[in-house]
Design a protein around this ligand. Structure first.
Ligand code: 48F
Length: 257
């Protein structure tokens, strides 16, 4: 069989368009494909929810690829290990209560599990705004990351969802956008994004779970974003809290849908 270049192009354009059209109305729209976003996506999809995840970068995985300071190993505690076990990521005991895992295996398995469970992932797309209707987040405003990076004046498109998860990591981007553009109070003690505190792994891992919640009607935070929104400390390359936060947000949202 002779390959026809135009058929190849047609296949890509048609299949991508189908995927995008199918995604513009969903149950949960997740912003950010780091460990928290991916785990949230996996558990929600596994529970039968329609989930779409948007990631700004070419590669999915956020800050997990680089382990700690580019030493591509991550550390989890018992509770985080239980999630890695469920997903089939190999771990090694380092010392009682501390396990290591290969960062590359961890990220690639998380991506694969989320996709196989039914999550649709769009890479190279940035969320630049939310749809806010009657003081309730009802979806996302998306654009190509290339448009964002080049500063071109190109209007975006929209995605409607029952719930949004801000899993944008340290920057807490979507929470910051809501604060800046709406002028409304977030459900935090100050009404604003408080900002993450300096490193304290033990405290950070504990507060991240308390801080995984609906911080504004229709939108939840997960992962490092939760500690950024509520003022918890950072915790560096221990990843259990990210996984547990992703699972927690999935459980809360799955119950609400
Ligand atoms: O930063 P990231 O990995 O967040 P996380 O899932 O995990 C944090 C850890 O990696 C690490 C840590 C461990 O203790 O502290 O930092 O909470 O992933 C966030 C992803 O969101 C993407 C960003 O490119 C990254 O891959 N992202 C951020 N803003 C946007 C976005 C946006 N506006 N639109 C689309 N993607």
């Amino acid at each position: 069989m002779k390959l026809d270049d135009i058929v190849i192009s047609r296949a890509i354009i048609e299949r991508f368009s189908e995927k995008l059209l199918d995604s513009i109305e969903c149950e949960v729209a997740i912003v950010g494909g780091g460990p928290a976003g991916l785990i949230a996506a996996f558990f929600l999809s596994d529970a039968g929810k329609k989930v779409v995840l948007f990631e700004r970068k070419l590669s999915i995985g956020g800050g997990m690829w680089g382990g700690g300071m580019m030493f591509n190993e991550i550390v989890v505690q018992d509770e985080g290990k239980a999630i890695l076990d469920k997903l089939g990521v190999s771990t090694r005991l380092f010392k009682e209560g501390y396990y290591s895992a290969d960062a590359i295996e961890s990220v690639s398995v998380l991506i694969s599990k989320a996709v196989k469970a039914g999550t649709t992932i769009f890479n190279l797309m940035s969320v630049e705004d939310v749809m806010l209707t009657h003081e309730h987040v009802t979806g996302l405003v998306i654009n190509w990351s290339a448009v964002e990076m080049s500063g071109l004046h190109v209007d975006p498109l929209t995605v409607r969802s029952k719930y949004v998860v801000d899993a944008t990591g340290h920057a807490a981007e979507i929470a910051s956008i809501i604060q800046r553009k709406s002028g409304l109070r977030l459900d935090t003690p100050t009404g604003k994004v408080i900002g993450e505190k300096p490193m304290w792994a033990d405290m950070g891992e504990r507060t991240i779970l308390e801080n995984t919640k609906e911080f504004f009607p229709g939108i939840f935070c997960a992962g490092m974003c939760s500690n950024a929104v509520y003022g918890g400390p950072r915790m560096g390359p221990v990843f259990g809290g990210m996984l547990l936060s992703g699972k927690k947000v999935a459980e809360i949202i799955a119950q609400k849908i």
